[in-house]
Structure formats: structure tokens, C-alpha cells
Design a protein around this ligand. Structure first.
Ligand code: ZN
Length: 157
């Protein structure tokens, strides 16, 4: 039976820099094995109990994947949906929807811009400091939907 787990986390890169944390926002709730969190973290939290504080190391290939050279693309600046100044490191979405991929400006040479379509965390080994808040068995509805439900049951679109 998969479990529904709620946890707080702080995510660091190999140099110890904090990339993300849930400390100031709501904890994360997920259904095990449903792809709601990255695979490598899901797998390594399977044996944890409520109250546990664990450090989990997730290699890049089990997190956001290795970097893919094929995701680098040179385009003319004029095709970019950017007005004004453009700088290396700028990120923008390639379309109007939240799910559209984000690209990063990797280099600028005159009118030519090298875009990197890799996830910003591709190729980065991740370290999560996790505090497990609650653990319970998933119910049949959650398993059939493939995600966890909140205290009020099915409360999502
Ligand atoms: Zn649902």
C-alpha cells in the first residue's frame, strides 16, 4: 500500500547553497510512487516515519536529469519574446502557459543568442534535508487519482 507523506525540506546544491526550502511556506504532501516529487527522493523516503529528520542525497540522473547538449540552441535575438536588455543568465518561458519550458540565456554574440533548454537543475546533484511531519496510508481514491488529497478529500480541480 503506498503512503501519503507530508514533509518540510531544504534543498542544497553540492556547494551547500540553498536552492529551495519549504520552511517559509506550506509543507509538501505527496503520494508515494506517483511522480509527485522527484524519483530519487520518493525512493529514499519509503522507510521513514513521522518525526524523522533525514538527509537525502539524490544524484542528478535521479533528480532533474543529466545535462543534454541537444538542448542548446542558437537563435536570432529578434525571435525572442524579450524587450529591452538581454543578459546571460536571464530566463524566460517559451510560451504563454505555465507548463511551457523555461530556457536560460547561456551566451550572447551580437545578434545571436545561445539558449539552454535544460532544466536549471539538470546535472546538479541535490541534497535534501527532510523533516517528515505525517505519514498515513493512501486511500483508494488517492491511488486511483495518482495523487494525495488534502484533509477535505478531493479538493482540487
Ligand atoms: Zn484527486
Amino acid at each position: 500500500m503506498p503512503r501519503v507523506v507530508t514533509f518540510h525540506y531544504t534543498l542544497r546544491d553540492p556547494s551547500g547553497r540553498v536552492l529551495d526550502t519549504s520552511a517559509d511556506v506550506d509543507p509538501v504532501t505527496y503520494l508515494e510512487g506517483a511522480g509527485q516529487i522527484i524519483d530519487g527522493l520518493d525512493e529514499q523516503l519509503r522507510t521513514t516515519a513521522a518525526g524523522a529528520k533525514v538527509r537525502v542525497q539524490v544524484p542528478a540522473k535521479k533528480a532533474y536529469g543529466e545535462r543534454d547538449a541537444a538542448q542548446m540552441q542558437k537563435v536570432n535575438r529578434s525571435v525572442l519574446p524579450v524587450e529591452g536588455e538581454l543578459n546571460v543568465g536571464d530566463q524566460f518561458q517559451t510560451g504563454p502557459h505555465r507548463s511551457d519550458p523555461v530556457v536560460t540565456v547561456a551566451a550572447i554574440e551580437g545578434d545571436e543568442v545561445l539558449l539552454d533548454g535544460n532544466h536549471p537543475l539538470a546535472g546538479v546533484d541535490l541534497t535534501f534535508d527532510v523533516e517528515i511531519l505525517t505519514v498515513r496510508e493512501a486511500n483508494a481514491e488517492e491511488i486511483s487519482h495518482g495523487h494525495a488529497h488534502g484533509p477535505g478529500g478531493h479538493a482540487h480541480p
